[in-house]
Design a binder for this molecule. Structure first.
Ligand code: PLP
Length: 484
């Protein structure tokens, strides 16, 4: 078809479209308007109409004749209904079948029930966020968690900000911004955490002047001492988090760094990264320094995340000596990085669990998943297998389901390389490769994010919650319908 004929045919087709106002008066469309408002439905209809016009162009080019039904009001009403039926928010719940417990892309830690309830309560009413009830005047927003942090960590004081990156940034800015102020850090600790958090970049952006000491694999006490001068304002230690150094290595530990700091009267800061409150060795996991240990070693300022091994909401905790932490609190950046009330409500509830370590392990999902008994995981796997096996016969699909052994990892930049034994539901299909299955499971209403190993699509049961099981089954029914 040449272009002029094509254009005139197109216009002819477009003229056949029902008027927008008529479509909006359709009974089914009116129901949508009641639910989603006139403007929202009209805007969506306009988008649908322009998409349908595009479709007509393609069809014409391919010489496909369009049926008259295409131009009926009911056709567009159907498309609108279909759109709103499948409408959901962009940020949605997913099922974590990756086995990565603290998965940054999937939202890191999930909150315990008490925290969720507290967020709901505090955010749906007014609160004493910055109001001192005893004195009837302005109070501090940190006061609600400061008491708990002091009790758990045995520190002099603590504040909380938006996240750990902000905590590090603020601390560096407070002590080391400006000319002739130097921060000493080991070359072995100039780490990149991921998501473009690089210690040297953060230091530069904070205005601190970075003085590197030692080598990549070895840094000794006298490496620090050799660089200390009257401009040195801070000694910084950074936890490796997401990598491990082995072999011919040496680093100055927290206690030794504290001794150097005391000798030269310079504050010492440690960015702990994950910052756990419990000793993970008790579950047979590798040793991670706890926040208590670091405080106990005498570090002046300790910073760590709220949503990594701690298992709480996104937050950055700054704990330590009053004379230093108070200075950070006074930094105007604190206003920009301040923690919001919902996070604070969640954090207080999570910290409360830590007052009794057994409660924490039982109630905080991150801790529960990390300390889970392998037999419990297997049991959950067999329960799921049983249910999907029934589906297999009901839908006469082409699947093979089995339970296989595999390894989960901690994530969140903690305990790199360490693999925990786990069980996975393995899904294979007669015609579809694992990549295709993975794509299908991701596209479901409650997406399941799994992993692919040896050509199999795996759902790791360590990170699957008990109440995910029924939704997985619901998902499977949909997949079975798609694929059978
Ligand atoms: C994760 C991490 C950070 C960043 O913490 P966020 O809470 O993600 O801002 C900083 N330092 C270290 C060592 C980390 O592991």
């Amino acid at each position: 078809m040449d272009n002029s004929i094509l254009n005139s045919t197109l216009n002819e087709y477009f003229r056949k479209f029902p008027k927008i106002q008529l479509i909006l008066q359709d009974e089914d469309v009116k129901k949508l308007i009641d639910k989603y408002s006139y403007n929202v439905v009209k805007a969506q209809l306009e988008e649908i109409l322009s998409k349908e016009k595009e479709k007509i162009k393609i069809n014409l080019r391919d010489n496909i004749i369009l049926e008259d039904n295409f131009f009926k009001i009911k056709h567009f009403a159907f498309l609108l209904k279909d759109y709103f039926n499948n409408f959901s928010f962009s940020l949605k719940r997913v099922i974590n079948g990756t086995g990565v417990v603290v998965h940054t892309n999937l939202g890191r830690s999930i909150l315990p029930k008490t925290a969720v309830e507290n967020v709901s309560k505090i955010s749906s009413s007014y609160s004493n966020l910055e109001f001192n009830l005893e004195e009837g005047m302005r109070g501090k927003r940190y006061s609600h968690v400061e008491i708990l942090l002091k009790r758990i960590l045995n520190c002099e004081t603590a504040i909380v900000v938006n996240n750990n990156a902000a905590a590090v940034f603020m601390a560096l800015n407070t002590f080391a911004a400006g000319i002739k102020k130097e921060v000493i850090v080991s070359r072995g600790e100039l780490v990149e955490i991921g998501g473009s958090f690089r210690i040297p970049d953060i230091m530069k952006a904070s205005g601190a002047q970075l003085i590197e000491v030692g080598t990549t694999n070895k840094t000794k006490i006298n490496d620090y001492e050799a660089k200390i001068n009257e401009n040195t304002t801070l000694l910084l230690k950074v936890h490796h988090s997401n990598f491990k150094m082995t072999g011919f290595v040496h680093e100055v530990n927290s206690k030794e760094l504290v001794e150097i700091g005391e000798k030269y009267n310079i504050p010492v800061m440690e960015d702990l990264g994950s910052g756990s409150f419990i000793k993970f060795e008790r579950f047979g996991l590798p040793k991670e320094p706890t926040a208590q240990e670091v405080i106990n070693a005498g570090i002046d300022i300790v910073t760590f995340s709220g949503d990594k091994l701690l298992g709480g909401p996104q937050a950055g905790i700054i704990a330590g000596k009053k004379e230093y932490v108070d200075l950070i609190a006074k930094n105007p950046l604190n206003r920009a990085f301040r923690i919001d009330k919902m996070t604070l409500a969640a954090l207080e509830a999570v910290l409360f669990e830590y007052l009794d370590i057994n409660n924490a392990i039982k109630n905080i999902p991150t801790l529960r998943m990390l300390s889970q008994n392998i037999l419990e995981i297997k049991k959950r796997g067999l329960k799921l297998l049983n249910k999907v096996k029934k589906l297999e016969s009901a839908y006469k699909t082409m699947y093979i389901f089995t339970i296989i052994e595999d390894f989960s990892i901690v994530g969140g930049g903690a305990m790199p390389d360490y693999e925990m034994k786990t069980y996975c539901l393995s899904v294979t299909h007669k015609f579809f490769a694992a990549e295709k299955l993975s794509e299908i499971f991701r596209s479901l209403q409650i997406p399941i994010i799994g992993k692919i190993k040896d050509g199999k699509f795996l759902i790791d049961l360590r990170t699957v919650l008990d109440n995910d099981i029924n939704d997985i089954i619901g998902n499977f029914i949909k997949v079975a319908q798609i694929l059978s």
